[in-house]
Design a protein around this ligand. Sequence first.
Ligand code: SAM
Length: 231
Amino acid sequence: KLSQRLEAVANYIPRGFRLADIGSDHAYLPCYAVKKGMVPFAVAGEVVEGPYQSAQRQVKLEGLEEKIIVRKGNGLEVITQGEIDCVTIAGMGGALIASILEEGKNKLDSVKRLILQPNISAITTRQWLADNGWELISEEILEEDNKIYEILVAEKGDPFKPYKNLQKELLLGPLLMKQSSVSFQKKWRNELKNWQRILTQLENAAESEETILKKKELKEKIQMVEEVIDK
Ligand code: SAM
């Protein structure tokens, strides 16, 4: 059975789209999407030998070799131009996701939708999307096994349309902020506690140019988050 997290990612794949799942590990996501008849064809990309073999094994085990190709390679280099309509990248840091997109930019011409699930630093992924003409059309936040996950869905469009206060909403997610769900509140309440603890430590430490800058940054983030946390 697919994790709740990956099922939530799969829910955003448009029916009939040709899928590429980058960093696919066991290829659970493409296997699920193909078995459910959501997509006619999928590429599972993996850069590391172990997970690449796991993906191949899983696809074989499920008898899906005709519809899922497992390819070994870095990021989007495993897809060719015009081959794919929807790219999923899940379970990595937001900075890694952004760098995979940046390095593979030239492969995105035919891609109509990106579904991204950064484990941390979603801000870096949102920033890349905004800088590259991708408009956030949905965001979701969910909790599974005591971890909180964010899902960002983007299509080509006006990248700044969802944003009113860019700095704050790149951090928090413009659409997540509007929904302000229980998981959203929990995530940012936790972050806030962490930052406040670090700030206290810095305030007790010897002052240097570095600590002054760090404190300023933390105070700004704390203020942005305090504004959206229910009292
Ligand atoms: N996408 C699956 C999920 O969400 O459950 C697997 C997540 S797993 C934690 C991250 C996977 O991404 C690893 O198997 C890793 O080998 C792969 N990966 C990391 N960097 C990559 C890159 N540049 N290109 C392709 N795969 C990559």
